[in-house]
Design a protein around this ligand. Structure first.
Ligand code: CO
Length: 198
């Protein structure tokens, strides 16, 4: 017996709907993938890239992981960036964090078992740095404001990592159009904010 029938049923309805609106929809999508955007976001189920920016299949290349990290040691993320920049020639790389990120919260708490602990290690460093900056030092129960500030700082930190990557530098040196963006999403109202905008 087929498992999760409700998901297959929803898929069948969606496929019919797309074909109803545009009989050549899938045919055209098969032919070409040329998204302008690469989205690097959190794996959190409440932050689905296509949905919140209103883009259709084919319009955004997506990489998601816990706490939207760009780690040069992460082969998956580096391969995505290489493909997106060198082959797809995306014009924008968007790092999108979100307030209330469980990954950030975990990095503020007790040590976990690996692999989660290993994954969160760059965030542990960020949490430590922010603590030593004199913010909320010594709090055993970090406030929501501090947590949310760390969600923003994490985005800035990932954009800084992006800036330093050879794949990004090489694209710029050869004059390829490539902008980096740091955004944050608010689960409370579904709105995005550009952290780099004045
Ligand atoms: Co998250």
């Amino acid at each position: 017996m087929r498992q999760l029938p409700e998901l297959f049923e929803a898929n069948r309805r969606w496929s019919e709907q797309q074909k109803g609106r545009d009989p050549l929809y899938f045919e055209r999508l098969c032919g070409l993938q040329r998204p302008k955007y690469l989205w690097i976001g959190c794996a959190d189920s409440r932050v689905p890239a296509n949905t919140i920016i209103g883009l259709e299949p084919g319009e955004v290349f997506v990489h998601r992981n816990i706490a939207n990290l760009v780690n040069p040691d992460d082969t998956n993320c580096m391969a995505i960036l290489q493909y997106a920049i060198d082959v797809l020639a995306v014009e924008h790389v968007i790092v999108c964090g979100h307030y209330g990120c469980g990954g950030i919260q975990a990095a503020m708490g007790p040590v976990l078992e690996s692999p989660l602990e290993e994954w969160l290690s760059p965030l542990r460093q960020l949490v430590q740095q922010c603590g030593s900056d004199g913010e909320q030092t010594g709090t055993s129960n970090p406030s929501r404001a501090h947590w949310y500030t760390l969600c923003e700082k994490n985005v800035a930190s990932q954009v800084a990592v992006l800036e330093s990557l050879p794949v990004v530098r090489a694209a710029r040196e050869r004059g390829q159009t490539l902008s980096l963006h740091g955004w944050i999403y608010d689960l409370h109202d579904g709105l995005l904010r550009d952290l780099r905008a004045a």
